[in-house]
Design a protein. Structure first.
Length: 340
């Protein structure tokens, strides 16, 4: 399977907003309004879906969430879909989506991370559509730090484009309360931190492959099923670079989940594995880094941790299906993606 890249967005195109998992509580509506206006100010129309209710765990019954997402995916007038954020139960939608009908439609950019990995990673593997693991809608108002790219910029790139992102070397400790500060648009990156290497292979890293991955806690539930079978992407013959990130499970749970994903064959053919910086807790006897080494060290490939693709800002958007080059040396940590 050769990945299909959606056409670039142009001014006037429609961006669909729906909540396939958790909706937006009433006290966060001001932040949603700010985020929607940022997309409109960028020149795009915004279609707000009906599945947005944040009063419960999910925004609507599974059938309604699936129907709304399906409609947006196959509607040629909707050129990108960006959920407000993740949640817990996007997996409800997996058996309800008409994957064949989606595959037959014109590709649409779908953006998100955390629980949205449950949808965008299978979307790439089952339909061939490239998808974006990147900022969700409520994070969109933030100015993008130097060296990184925002999803709004990425989805406007022509097919075949190449872009490079570098680690800024700093990150944000903690979170901003959007209820108290719905208008916030500047990151406070106050903690030094760069990529680190977990494997013992030594030497510089310079590898290429197709990108694939997402949130460990959600993807691990699809391991061993057709929804998380990397074989279609591997068949492109370019090799695979996997990325994973933990949202909140402790190190032992993450270790078990990564072992299960490895045993299912998910990481077969890896050229390297990128691990996102995480707020998830370590244990007295097992750190998050040690969990990765325990589960994936036997693969014998570079393991690069604290990459900006996790639940700690800033965010480095990664395109599932993109051809990627990863470079990591004493003075360089960068990732180049090509939309082809």
């Amino acid at each position: 399977m050769s990945p299909s890249f959606p056409a670039p967005l142009v001014p006037g195109d429609v961006v669909g907003v729906t909540s396939p998992s958790s909706g937006v509580p009433a006290d966060l509506q001001p932040r949603l309004d700010v985020a929607v206006q940022v997309v409109r100010d960028a020149g795009f129309e915004v279609e707000l879906g009906s599945c947005m209710d944040g009063s419960g765990l999910v925004s609507a019954p599974a059938a309604e969430r699936a129907a709304e997402l399906q409609r947006m995916l196959v509607d040629p007038s909707v050129r990108a879909i960006v959920p407000p954020w993740g949640g817990e139960l996007a997996i409800d939608l997996i058996p309800l989506l008409d994957w064949q009908a989606i595959a037959a439609a014109e590709p649409t950019w779908v953006v998100g991370f955390s629980d949205i990995s449950t949808l965008i990673t299978p979307l790439t593997l089952l339909t061939g559509w490239a998808t974006v693991h990147g900022q969700n809608l409520l994070d969109t108002p933030y100015a993008i730090p130097e060296g990184l790219l925002g999803w709004l910029d990425l989805v406007q790139l022509p097919v075949g484009s190449t872009f490079t992102q570098s680690s800024p070397g700093v990150y944000r400790h903690g979170f901003v309360d959007y209820v108290e500060h719905p208008e916030v648009d500047e990151y406070v990156l106050d903690t030094p931190g760069s990529w680190c290497r977990l494997d013992s292979l030594g030497g510089d890293v310079d590898v290429t492959g197709r990108l694939l991955g997402g949130c460990i806690e959600t993807l691990s539930n699809l391991a061993g099923t057709r929804y998380l079978d990397p074989a279609p992407l591997a068949a492109a013959g370019d090799g695979l670079i996997f990325y994973v990130e933990a949202t909140g499970d402790d190190a032992a749970e993450i270790c078990r989940n990564l072992h299960g994903m490895r045993l299912s064959g998910f990481f077969d053919g890896a050229s390297a594995i990128l691990v996102g910086r995480t707020p998830a807790p370590s244990l007295e006897t097992l750190t998050q880094h040690e969990a990765v080494i325990d589960a994936l060290g036997s693969l014998g490939v570079p393991l690069l941790a604290d990459v900006e693709c996790g639940h700690i800002a800033p965010y480095m958007p990664l395109v599932n299906g993109a051809l990627c080059r990863v470079e990591h040396t004493a003075g360089t940590s960068r990732l180049t993606q090509t939309l082809a």
